[in-house]
Design a protein. Sequence first.
Length: 367
Amino acid sequence: MLAAIATRDRRMDEIVDKVMSGKRLSFEDGVFLYKSDDILTIGQLADVVNQRKNGKKVYFIENMSLYFTNVCEAHCSFCHFRRDPDEEGAYTLTPEQMFEYIDQHIHPGVREFHITGGHNPNVPFEYYVECIRALKKRYPSVTIKAYTGAEIDFFSRISGLSYREVLERLIDAGLETLTGGGAEILSAEYRKKMRVEKAGVEQYLEVHRTAHKLGLKTHTTMLYGPVESVEERVQHMLYLRELQDETGGFLVFIPLSMQPASPNASIRRRNSAIEDLKAIAIGRLMLDNFPHVKAYFINIGTQLTQVALTMGASDAHGTIVRERISHSAGALTPAGITREDLIWLIKGAGRIPVERDTFYNEIRVYD
């Protein structure tokens, strides 16, 4: 039993006791865990919490990432996907052009379109609505997971509509859930430092609060790296935990390991494996009201994802087909993965693969 492990640290023993008795961890507990080098105890604790919620099941989905435009008014310092309107490589697709791309790559198992993109001020809000409407009409059986909290804030600004009105228009067109991006680190100081020229802390949280009130379940993220403090990371999670206490609308927490801009960057410019595992494990421990924590293989690689499944992660993401945002920032990982490889990866961690839909309804259990 984990409770019998001698950690040789009174403070860690206190946290072990809290976790084993089901008590909520504090801000101070989270900071201590981030500063601790006892990754094995942290990982084991996270595994205890995860198995209480999900047993040995690990979920994945057959999905496809789509990007209608990379033109963006913001100049966030960590983003290498965006382009200015006249910059080489800038594009904005029509729905018909996107259909052509999808029809070349889609297969019958795809259940979800994951749609994000730039904040393109050169097209009206109606363009973004019609992209959703056209997709849903052509592929009615595929769930539309689209737009970040920051994109919803952008749509509100360019349309003059409230968050609620923007979301209602998109829901009417076929939107079924929001993606989790745009959170980055929920800290005003961090957002100033990293030139996050989009929705602020309160705006991001209010978009998701509004979506939850409208009946949408949504996703959320944390983009971590060398810039923010561990205190800012823990506070980020507490903001999410508080909103989840209020609405219960989040499906999953997705830690995103910041990429170093170039695939040739040295390992010192990348997050370490320990940092990646801590983000997942501590996320599982702090966010006691979240059903799932995701190990995102696009950012941390398939091998480390497999380890993370024993340290708090209950979701191995999905097939994706072709990811672009992290790879434009220097990710060295595969841009997609097959269902067979995901099943192999999950079973290799001693877990039970479960194919799911967007809302974690089980489609097939591979036991």
